[in-house]
Design a protein around this ligand. Structure first.
Ligand code: IVH
Length: 677
């Protein structure tokens, strides 16, 4: 029962919302569905409007303030915000360690280090007085920054009031505000759709989002803050180690990086670096290095500072994710749906851990936006698993010989007309199935591992089959004969037999794979899976009305329209019929609409090595079934999936009596819910 007294109800709503925020942003353990959160927030806003005397600046409803500012105010940092020395190799780290031990010269031969990922964002100071957020400021030049209080207040991982009653009277917390990769990609995708300017990288996006006079703009940007230390502290005592200080900040409601760890000795620091370097691409945010700090604060004090950096810390940097190279040429590729994509041919450059010689230029708008010419020096970025991007042109370096990029006026493969739909950025070849490029791309997609998984039918072979006129659509694959195959160059008896066997084996498939394999525009794996689960069988799907299609998760008007066009196309349906005639089949899926998210409300954790798929893929599948996937095991965890090599998470699960299953059981569970990997 809610309290009868409205002022009391307001207070309890605030507490509830603060606690949900803390669980979500700091502990990474969402505890309520969004609708429940929104419902409580609406109720709070309603009550606060009705009882203005209850207004308080630290209410969770008060994140976005009033009018935009006229200009930023300057803020002097009482304790300067310093920078860090850099290390670029394991050897540099050994020298760093030597300097520390020499300077301390107290006989110890190894030190304890706090290891913290170096987030690539904007350094910010938060000032709390009596537990209330008073001011947020940028680092600026370290001595003076800008007041961005109105903007930091909108970031939900930043508490407006610290938790617990035991924080110092004055507590200045420092950390990094950053934009997680997923949010960055979404933001840029939206900007691209609207023809607006995109951000070069998540760091620039974070900086741009904080440099806003209107907090409503900042509030609409997916920013987070991770804290890594303190500045001014008055009227309170902090623990005596860096890692314990961070743990205390977390208790007070601030987010700290879950990858942080304490190790002893410099070799362990280098091992930590190597281990995180391997996972760098799969982290949800960009990091540009690891910061190593002497853990004991008393030792930090003894070590002191040189000029603008502490002696007791160092940042070991990863190889750069942005490099400069030259644009040699632009080629135009025609994709499965006829989309014409300009691809930059680059002078090979080592960036983000691989040698890059091609990068997509997306479409003609992007070429215009970049103002790029052949011969230009360009900045190429490769971060995470994201395909390399040309992010900007270095105009100062443009040679006299630079020449404009000519966008084709007809399909470069089949010479058909090209068209651009109203409001769309891409040009498409109108040749459809006549276009060799589209035929090849459709067949390659159909054969690919996550679609029909036809082993041995690689890209080169598909090209040969189409070029020789043996196949022009996917159904043609299943009527290929042995003599036809043997006529192909470099095709021996054994390869031909293997390919025929693989084609035969691929006929037994699943509905989600089949839908995905058809290559319907905008229907990726996840949508295909949702469609299969929703309709259960092909006939129901193919005869669904637009309104019925729209009821499926992930399916909006555009996707529904593409689906209907596909089902209404006689040519497409003839191909499907031929496939079925050739023996392509799949089991229907039991329809359980009310169980569309059978794991809703459950919290899962995945650890150890998996065989059939990566941990990230496993997480994605669990999330599709409605589970929340957390990074650590707690009393809230419903189930832990543990592969070989599982360590502390497994131990913790056993300790808490949390259910533990292996990969096989996970696969069977997914299968029973129609989720295919
Ligand atoms: S400690 C006195 N720890 O790196 C120590 N800095 O060049 C000063 N940064 O702009 C900073 N992650 O914003 C520290 N875990 C971390 C960090 C970190 C990122 C940034 C920081 C500063 C730059 C230092």
């Amino acid at each position: 029962m809610p309290p009868a007294d409205p002022l009391q109800e307001i207070e309890s709503l605030r507490e509830q919302l603060d606690s949900w925020n803390y669980r979500y942003y700091v502990l990474d353990e969402p505890s309520v569905p969004d609708v429940e959160y929104d419902r409580c927030m609406q109720r709070l806003l309603q009550l606060e409007a009705r009882y203005p005397q209850s207004q308080r600046a630290d209410s969770p409803s008060q994140r976005v303030g009033g009018q935009p500012l006229q200009q930023f105010r300057q803020v002097a940092h009482e304790v300067p915000m310093l920078s860090l020395d850099n290390a670029f190799s394991a050897e540099d780290m050994v020298h760093f360690n030597r300097r520390l031990l020499d300077r301390l010269s107290d006989g110890s031969d190894s030190l304890e280090f706090a290891c913290e990922p170096k987030l690539d964002g904007i350094a910010v100071s938060l000032l709390y007085r009596d537990g209330l957020l008073q001011r947020g400021a940028t680092r600026g030049d370290g001595a003076t920054g800008e007041d961005i209080t109105h903007n930091v207040r909108t970031i939900r991982s930043i508490p407006l009031r610290l938790r617990g009653g035991d924080c110092p009277t004055v507590l200045e917390v420092r950390g990094e505000i950053y934009m997680p990769r997923a949010g960055f990609e979404q933001l840029n995708a939206r900007a691209r759709e609207r023809g607006e300017k995109t951000f070069v990288n998540p760091r620039n996006a974070a900086a741009g989002s904080l440099r806003q006079l209107d907090a409503r703009i900042t509030a609409s940007r997916p920013l987070e803050m991770c804290c890594y230390g303190v500045g001014l502290v008055e009227g309170g005592v902090l623990p005596d180690r860096q890692a314990s200080v961070l743990a205390r900040l977390r208790d007070w409601g601030l987010k700290i990086n879950p990858e942080s760890a304490v190790v002893r000795g410099i070799d362990a620091c280098n091992a930590y670096f190597d281990a995180l370097a391997l996972r760098r691409d799969s982290l949800p945010y960009d990091i540009d290095g690891i910061v190593f700090k002497v853990n004991e604060l008393a030792l930090q004090e003894r070590l002191g500072f040189v000029s603008r950096a502490p002696r007791w810390a160092i940042a070991r940097k990863f190889p750069a994710q942005e490099e400069i190279t030259r644009l040699l040429d632009v080629e135009f590729q025609v994709g499965r749906t006829g989309a014409i994509t300009p691809v930059a041919r680059l002078e090979p450059v080592f960036v983000g851990g691989v040698t890059v010689s091609n990068a997509t230029l997306h479409n003609s708008d992007e070429i215009e936006r970049l103002g790029i010419q052949i011969g230009d020096s360009v900045i190429v970025r490769r971060a995470g698993d994201v395909i390399p991007q040309v992010v900007s042109v270095v105009l100062e370096k443009r040679p006299d010989s630079a020449r404009a990029i000519q966008f084709p006026t007809r399909c470069p493969v089949c010479q058909s007309a090209i068209e651009r739909e109203e409001g769309e950025a891409v040009w498409r070849c109108m040749g459809g199935l006549v276009c060799g490029a589209q035929q090849k791309a459709a067949i390659k997609h159909f054969a690919s591992r996550r679609a029909m998984d036809i082993e041995g039918l690689g890209d080169k072979l598909v090209e040969q089959l189409v070029d020789e006129g043996l196949v022009d659509n996917v159904a043609g694959l299943y009527v290929l004969s042995r003599p036809q195959l043997l006529n192909l160059e470099r095709m021996g008896d054994k390869s031909a037999d293997n390919l025929l066997a693989a084609l035969d084996a691929s006929k037994q498939t699943t509905l989600p794979r089949f839908i995905f394999a058809l290559g319907i525009r905008e229907v990726g794996e996840a949508t295909a899976r949702n469609l299969a689960r929703h309709f259960g069988n092909w006939a129901a799907l193919a005869s669904a009305t637009e309104a019925q299609l729209l009821q499926v998760d992930d399916v909006g008007p555009v996707v529904a329209d593409h689906l209907r066009q596909f089902f209404d196309s006689e040519a497409s349906m003839a191909v499907v019929a031929s496939l079925q005639q050739a023996g392509v089949s799949w089991p229907d899926i039991a329809r359980q609409p009310e169980q569309d998210t059978p794991l809703a409300g459950q919290v899962w954790v995945v650890t150890g090595k998996l065989e059939a798929f990566s941990r990230d893929e496993a997480k994605a599948r669990l999330q599709e079934l409605g589970a929340k996937v957390a990074g650590s095991v707690s009393a809230k965890t419903t189930c832990l999936v543990a592969g070989p090599g599982a360590g502390s998470k497994l131990a913790r699960a056993n300790e808490l009596g949390v259910e533990v299953i292996d990969e096989q059981s996970l696969l069977s569970l997914l299968a029973t819910h129609g989720v295919d990997i």
